[in-house]
Design a protein around this ligand. Structure first.
Ligand code: AMX
Length: 564
């Protein structure tokens, strides 16, 4: 294999150079992106707020595929660091540096305190308690997410798009999350092709989904599909046969890549089998009309007797939403475009939206419910399918991923109640009514963020570019003015600003994807990219079983009394 052209620079927490050949480590973000594998964008990754590591992002060498790049990064000898040869290897091999760093961190600084754990934190859902390693992304309360050091605007600028200046390809982000390097277009395209090749779904997966009623929530259907995919887990097979710990990452890589590749097909199957209740009702009426005549049909509908034969017939006739049947993949398309195509949306702007959507929803550091769940379950050496299915069940909660569904339903009920031409006062009344009824304003607030979510901002920019006159977009913009002051006035909300979910629904609806109950599935497909990448690193770094300590109220009370 030819030696890759690559330049790297690592700096340890103490400013010392660990490896690399670039003396001028503070390079330019503005460097033009070129194809061909030379360094395109050397720039210092923003150091974490803890000031741990600065890692220069470099474009990947063109002559290595993703697996080879990872294989080069991840040595097989993680657990043999005392061996001199391996130590030498560590010094030239970047992932070895991570492993060595981790070991050194533990041995040199294992006792350093990262903050005080207060009783508030224990009672309050562990907010602000640093307790997880998550390599792929880091969330700053004010600035928002950085994927391997890159902010969303930087990703939009540096990651390859389907066309020049277009939205980033999620394949590029996957590459970035896994390797820490910005891929070139050729590498991103190669990864698209690899994901296509991995996207074959065994028939039992569809049968498992079909066993559920079509009215089951799409997230239930989706998680069922993921559990059915687990039958093919490479990790489980390899673990049953027996493999050294240093090898764990390899079948985890296979499973994660297969999972990411297969999810769009499973998710679009779930979408295409959704019944539109309007169509169901219409079909029921028409069929009953056909069989029993006008009056009987009227009787059925009045009595809402939609069980039995008419229901089954209509279910068969209209079980597929948009009556298009299952759309096969188009392997000439990239990951997000193919997903959109399989859902039934081929408008080039919708394809761009899907690229942006999948990219920005992919990862949000490790503490959020879905990411943390996957990390926790994976720490028991449950394979990526099991870990990700668990994550999906967390994502399906209304305070987390289901918020995108809630936002559109909330906006639609507002429009139904007041109309699209709504005054600011009417909007304020509606928000207060929501709060007074004991509900949260969906799409606003966050467990970590304290400013407007940059994922909201980039969707807003997309809307300003592609659908500036859409009435629902205008309504979303108006809500941006009205909601934060009201939430601030409540006095208890720590972040009155919109999050990612406040915007996504109206964009999807604009392009025809209007079934709000389905939205969280899209979020789930995207989240597999971050979760899958981190699971590979969890196993590569040999991270242990997660097992925090819990206490009882009695224990906490008596401890606090003694401490006072
Ligand atoms: N509307 C009404 N009340 C809100 C609120 C909102 N949007 N956001 C926070 N609050 C309330 C909380 O319910 C809490 O009330 P309580 O003390 O009576 O229980 C109080 O303000 C303090 O909460 P917080 O510390 O500001 O937030 P948190 O970390 O406890 O919760 C979140 C964060 C996201 C669950 C919350 O802001 C919320 O419920 N938002 C609406 C749902 C939503 O949009 N979720 C999506 C988040 C992003 C994602 O994961 N996809």
């Amino acid at each position: 294999m030819p030696t890759p052209k690559r330049r790297r620079c690592f700096r340890g927490s103490f400013g010392s150079r660990i490896d690399g050949v670039i003396p001028e480590c503070g390079g330019a973000l503005e460097a033009p992106v070129s194809s061909g594998g030379l360094l395109v964008g050397d720039f210092a990754q923003q150091s974490s707020s803890l000031g741990s590591i600065r890692w220069l992002q470099v474009q990947s060498a063109p002559d290595l595929d993703l697996h080879s790049q990872l294989k080069e990064l991840i040595p097989e000898q993680q657990s043999m660091a005392s061996n001199v040869v391996v130590e030498t290897l560590f010094s030239i091999c970047s992932l070895s540096l991570f492993q060595e760093r981790l070991k050194k961190l533990k041995s040199d600084h294992g006792k350093v305190q990262l903050g005080n754990i207060t009783a508030d934190m224990v009672i309050g859902g562990m907010r602000g308690m640093t307790g997880l390693l998550w390599e792929t992304s880091l969330l700053d309360p004010d600035e928002g997410i950085r994927f391997r050091g890159l902010s969303i605007p930087e990703c939009q600028k540096l990651l390859p798009g389907a066309k020049a200046g277009g939205e980033p390809l999620p394949e590029g982000l996957l590459w970035l999350l896994l390797t820490g390097k910005v891929p070139n277009k050729e590498q991103a395209d190669g990864l698209s092709a690899e994901l296509c090749n991995r996207a074959k779904i065994p028939d039992h997966v569809f049968k498992a989904i079909d066993a559920l009623p079509v009215a089951a929530h799409p997230m239930t259907q989706f998680a069922t599909g993921v559990m059915a995919l687990q039958v093919d887990s490479e990790f489980q097979k390899a673990y049953e046969k027996g493999m050294p710990k240093a090898k764990f990452w390899e079948p985890t890589y296979e499973d994660s890549m297969n999972l990411i590749a297969r999810l769009p097909t499973v998710a679009s199957y779930v979408y295409r089998r959704q019944i539109s209740f309007f169509f169901l009702f219409l079909s029921l009426y028409m069929l009953t009309l056909l069989i029993f005549g006008d009056l009987v049909a009227f009787y059925f509908i009045r009595k809402k007797n939609i069980c039995g034969l008419p229901y089954v017939c209509c279910g068969i006739l209209f079980r597929i939403y948009k009556d298009g049947g299952i759309i096969p993949p188009d392997n000439s398309l990239d990951y997000a475009a193919n997903f959109s195509h399989m859902l039934g949306f081929d408008d080039p702007k919708m394809l761009e939206l899907m690229r942006l959507y999948v990219t920005i929803h992919s990862d949000h550091e490790g503490g959020n419910v879905s990411a943390h769940t996957a990390h926790l379950v994976g720490s028991a050496l449950s394979d990526p399918y099991l870990s990700f299915a668990a994550a999906l069940n967390g994502l399906a909660g209304p305070l987390h991923g289901l918020a995108n569904q809630e936002v559109l339903l909330w906006i639609e009920s507002l429009v139904k109640e007041v109309g699209e031409d709504i005054t600011t006062d009417q909007l304020k009344d509606y928000v207060w009514k929501t709060l007074k009824s004991g509900k949260v304003v969906p799409g606003y607030g966050h467990g970590v963020l304290r400013k407007t979510d940059p994922r909201y901002t980039c969707q807003r920019e997309f809307a300003l570019k592609h659908l500036p006159d859409d009435p629902l977009f205008k309504l979303v913009s108006k809500l941006y003015e009205v909601v934060p002051p009201i939430l601030t006035e409540l006095g208890k909300v720590k972040n009155p600003w919109p999050n990612v979910d406040a915007h996504s629904g109206v964009l999807l609806k604009y392009f025809g994807l209007s079934e709000a109950r389905y939205f969280t599935v899209l979020f789930g497909v995207s989240r597999s990219i971050g979760i899958g990448s981190q699971l590979i690193w969890d196993r590569a770094l040999g991270l242990p079983l997660e097992r925090p300590k819990s206490v009882t109220m009695d224990w906490l009370e008596s401890y606090c009394k003694k401490a006072a």
